[in-house]
Design a binder for this molecule. Structure first.
Ligand SMILES: [Ca+2]
Ligand SMILES: [Ca+2]
Length: 925
């Protein structure tokens, strides 16, 4: 029985509905936006290391690791806040432009003298695809792989005190690497490149703890036992006797349980401390009530507190039961209903700040109504997982891979990926299983014995799984996870059984597709979910995918224009009809009523009208005439079946659906016959962002008709203007898809105030919105020597053509664009060898860096600014692409023109330009 008297909105929902501010609590050591961790007497400090970096593509001499700030190569660098990589259009771009041979990131910094005797490390959450890290000119180490975090100890290479300058330089190789998962075969997604997640500087005592692993071992008789496992490292030269204690602290700050142990830790070795903590009357973590404790773990050396780690803990039990196939959370059967999420965004690829990572979790839970997400097909951002803990969204996390299994070295990296994933994330209560197979790969006995063993050794508290697209397979895992694209939910071949993908790949749909296509895909999702719901021995089903995503694939209707149209929502996270198959399934008593009409009410609409809702009953009115108040009658095994009204004859006007819950109308949805678009509307996700130079919020733009309803097939070209201390990230003009789209507003480092965005389109009333850039208050690593002011960077691709600002204007007969493949660096370049041909770039700013391509057959460009004296720039040399070939002097902030004239002694190849500006700007890929 469904009932509802009062709609109870959980506090966390109310909080995120306001401004999306992500609560930052608990384990803050990996939270780049957090302040320093631990009490004053602890020797641990975690500092934000995201700001005041310098970025360049390849630089002449390949000496991006050079130390001196006076080094001429550094003139080619532009100022950025991490995460950062090049911008791109949201669809229809080339893969090669991202496969630059190398890019460099540099950061100058100073450290205080009181760090003497401490260990100093740099923690990277994720760099794609190979990172080589240098400190003060010395190579520190290399990390291979785009999706796992890594840390380098740089203690012995840094200068302390006296304001002495240090430089960390990171060489990032973003080319395709068949020797590193997921690559080696075809990959149905972009891996992207660059430093795409946060960086932290971590200072510790030589005796310090890794992230503690606290897991529930039993819940019985009103008491829970959690096991605290803490790996303590001694990087000093003498043996230590360490005492490690854990206090479990509830949300009100009360300590509800403690445990401790004292053990020796040998020099340059590590010891795991393990003990139980007992908690009376525990408040359990559940998807509907994700109660979090803080496990405060302290490490003492004799009487001195040297380290403190705070990790958020959810006390809960999980079980995929082999006897009945069901998933149990805290002993209660919970049917899993979810979607797959790719960690990538329009325009910015994977270089998304934490606000956007957390927002995706919120969308999955509160807009799409899921209770589980699969992090397809790789470990995802730590702040995404922090948010799934906070809001009660279950997670299947898996290692990087896609269908292909490589050689022994490749497999060793994959096995190491298991270790990196599990040790980084095993403290998250939201994670319920580890995916330890390469997505949709065949059996490989020894390999998968090894990955399973690794996961089980590091985390005995969770089942393993591994996603297959075939039913008959060696079952080495604890949970059989199967991509079922049959259009239904087939009977399990073994138990327990979880459907990890369905529908999207075989029933693709674009947001602007005909209504019948949109409905057809929705029906298939409904059929899968309904059938899975009807079979008690299927633990749950996930749809492929939450969002459309960029891909290397080109497979016709399914994936084209560098995009797979497999999402129930589009790449901007805006729902299609399919989304209602999920959104409608949430419990109204806990998450509020939901109702939507899956019909555009046009002459070509079906006269069978679907209404989605978590309602007891729905009454539908067609042009004001009731079609009856009915009980749910379609896909009736769902927790909240659909309401299907047949024989609803179209006439221009409206459909209205009243959602009845508990004897009253809880919510109403109205669909008008779409009219002509008359105006634009902008909607912000957040009222404020922080002025760190990377934070951003989504702005949804819609073309509305007279009923304030987005016009389904509108394709207006929307142009944007921005004012104030921020930048727009996105296309301008942006061609709307299904009458909608989205861009982002981004902050500038240290610049606070109101950022205003105005949208305009021919024939439509304009719209404006503003977001507040608030002070950035995190403890950051102090900046060292730097001659650069920090402004906006406009990353202009040579494929952006025209006479407007930030467009390349090609003049002459010899220019050719793109179209070359096979390692010629021309997939996204412009080239010309006709003497006298020119390309100009009008820009507003204070400096410009021109990127081109070197080759032995290339020639000379004569480069000038504002019609001044020309400088000959030779592009003749060993073949290298995306190289900073010329840098302007610092100019007065204002309007300037870069002119490149082809001299005719060989090809001049232009790839892009980076413009540094202090003014508000549009960052248009
Ligand atoms: Ca992050
Ligand atoms: Ca280019």
């Amino acid at each position: 029985m469904k009932r509802l008297v009062t709609i109870v909105v959980p506090a966390v929902l109310a909080a995120c509905a306001g401004n999306g501010e992500v609560p930052q609590q608990g384990e803050t050591s990996r939270t780049a936006s957090a302040s320093a961790v631990g009490p004053a007497e602890s020797h641990r400090r975690t500092l934000n290391f995201n700001t005041q970096w310098l970025f360049a593509g390849d630089v002449p001499g390949q000496n991006g690791q050079a130390v001196s700030p006076q080094e001429s190569s550094e003139a080619s660098f532009v100022p950025v806040t991490l995460p950062y990589f090049r911008l791109h259009p949201h669809k229809g771009f080339g893969k090669i432009d991202f496969e630059v041979p190398v890019s460099w990131y540099r950061r100058h910094f100073t450290l205080p003298s009181d760090y003497a005797g401490r260990r100093i490390s740099v923690e990277f959450q994720g760099v794609a695809k190979i990172a080589d890290v240098y400190v003060n000119g010395t190579w520190v180490g290399q990390h291979k792989g785009s999706y796992t975090s890594f840390t380098f100890d740089i203690t012995d290479l840094v200068h302390l005190g006296g304001g002495q300058d240090n430089v960390i330089a990171v060489k990032v190789d973003s080319t395709e690497h068949g020797d590193i998962p997921p690559e080696g075969g075809s990959v149905d997604y972009y891996v992207w490149g660059g430093i795409v997640r946060d960086v932290n500087l971590v200072v510790t005592d030589p005796l310090h703890a890794d992230t503690p692993f606290v897991s529930t071992t039993s819940i019985a008789n009103g008491r829970a036992t959690v096991r605290a496992r803490t790996n303590v490292r001694n990087d000093g030269d003498t043996a230590k006797t360490a005492t490690v204690s854990t206090a479990l602290v509830d949300a009100s700050g009360q300590v509800v349980g403690t445990g401790s142990a004292t053990l020796a830790v040998q020099p340059h070795a590590a010891t795991e401390f393990s003990y139980d903590v007992s908690v009376a009357s525990p408040k359990l973590w559940h998807t509907d009530s994700p109660y979090l404790y803080t496990a405060r773990t302290q490490v003492s050396d004799g009487g001195a507190l040297v380290d403190e780690r705070n990790v958020r803990v959810g006390i809960r039990s999980i079980e995929f039961r082999r006897s009945d196939g069901k998933f149990y959370l805290n002993g209660q059967w919970l049917k899993l209903r979810g979607l797959d999420r790719h960690e990538q965004y329009p325009y910015i690829g994977r270089a998304a700040p934490n606000r956007l990572q957390a927002k995706d979790a919120d969308i999955l839970k509160y807009e799409l109504g899921t209770n589980i997400v699969r992090t397809s097909h790789y470990p995802q951002d730590p702040e995404f997982l922090d948010r799934t803990d906070e809001i009660g969204l279950l997670v299947l996390e898996e290692i990087p891979g896609w269908q292909h299994i490589g050689d022994a070295n490749w497999k060793n990296i994959a096995i190491h990926n298991v270790e990196e994933m599990v040790t980084r994330d095993r403290h998250h209560p939201s994670i319920i299983t580890w995916g330890v197979r390469i997505n949709e790969s065949g059996d490989d006995h020894d390999f998968y014995v090894a990955t399973n063993a690794k996961a089980r050794a590091l985390d005995p508290s969770r089942p393993t799984c591994g996603v297959r697209n075939f039913r008959s397979s060696e079952f080495l895992e604890d949970l059989y996870t199967y991509n079922d694209f049959s259009g239904t939910a087939q009977d399990p071949a073994v138990l327990p059984w979880l459907i990890t993908e369905s529908v999207g790949h075989t029933k693709p749909h674009q947001a602007w597709d005909p209504e019948s296509t949109l409905i057809g895909t929705m029906q298939t999702h409904l059929n899968v979910q309904n059938t899975a719901a009807s079979k008690a021995n299927i633990s749950g089903a996930m749809g492929w995918a939450a969002f459309d995503y960029n891909t290397t694939f080109n497979t016709g209707a399914s994936c084209h224009d560098a995009t797979c149209y497999h999402g129930v929502s589009d790449i901007f996270r805006l729902p299609k009809f399919s989304a209602s198959a999920f959104s409608s399934q949430r419990d109204p008593a806990k998450y509020g009523p939901y109702v939507s009409i899956d019909n555009y009410w046009t002459s070509s609409s079906s006269n069978s009208v679907y209404v989605a809702g978590n309602c007891d009953q729905v009454e539908l009115f067609a042009n004001g005439v009731s079609k009856g108040r009915i009980n749910p009658n379609a896909y009736t095994s769902l927790p909240h079946p659909f309401f299907q009204f047949n024989g609803v004859t179209f006439a221009t006007g409206s459909l209205r659906a009243d959602c009845w819950i508990g004897g009253g109308i809880a919510k109403t949805a109205t669909q008008y016959t779409p009219g002509a678009a008359t105006k634009l509307a902008l909607t912000l996700d957040d009222a404020a962002i922080q002025a760190d130079g990377a934070d951003m919020t989504r702005v949804v733009v819609r073309a509305l008709d007279a009923h304030d309803q987005a016009v389904p097939y509108d394709a207006s070209k929307v142009s944007f203007a921005v004012a104030g201390p921020g930048a727009l990230i996105g296309e301008s003009p942006l061609t709307l898809e299904a009458g909608r789209g989205a861009v982002y507003l981004k902050s500038a480092l240290g610049r606070t105030g109101s950022i205003a965005l105005t949208a305009s389109a021919p024939g439509l009333a304009t719209a404006s919105v503003s977001v507040s850039a608030t002070p950035f208050v995190a403890d950051t690593v102090p900046a060292g020597a730097s001659a650069y002011g920090f402004g906006f960077v406009n990353d202009v691709n040579d494929s952006a053509q025209g006479t407007a600002a930030n467009r390349f204007n090609y003049v002459g007969s010899g220019w050719r664009h793109g179209g070359c493949s096979g390692g010629c660096f021309s997939g996204d370049n412009s080239w010309d060898n006709v003497a006298g041909d020119t390309v100009t770039l009008a820009f507003r700013g204070q400096r410009v860096v021109l990127y081109g391509v070197y080759d032995t057959i290339h020639g000379t460009a004569a480069v000038s600014i504002d019609g001044g004296a020309e400088t000959d720039v030779s592009l003749k040399g060993p073949r290298r692409g995306n190289v900073a070939v010329w840098t302007s002097p610092t100019l007065a902030e204002g309007n300037h023109t870069l002119n490149v004239r082809v001299k005719g002694d060989g090809y001049v190849v232009v790839d892009r330009a980076m413009v540094v500006s202090s003014g508000p700007t549009l960052l248009v890929p």
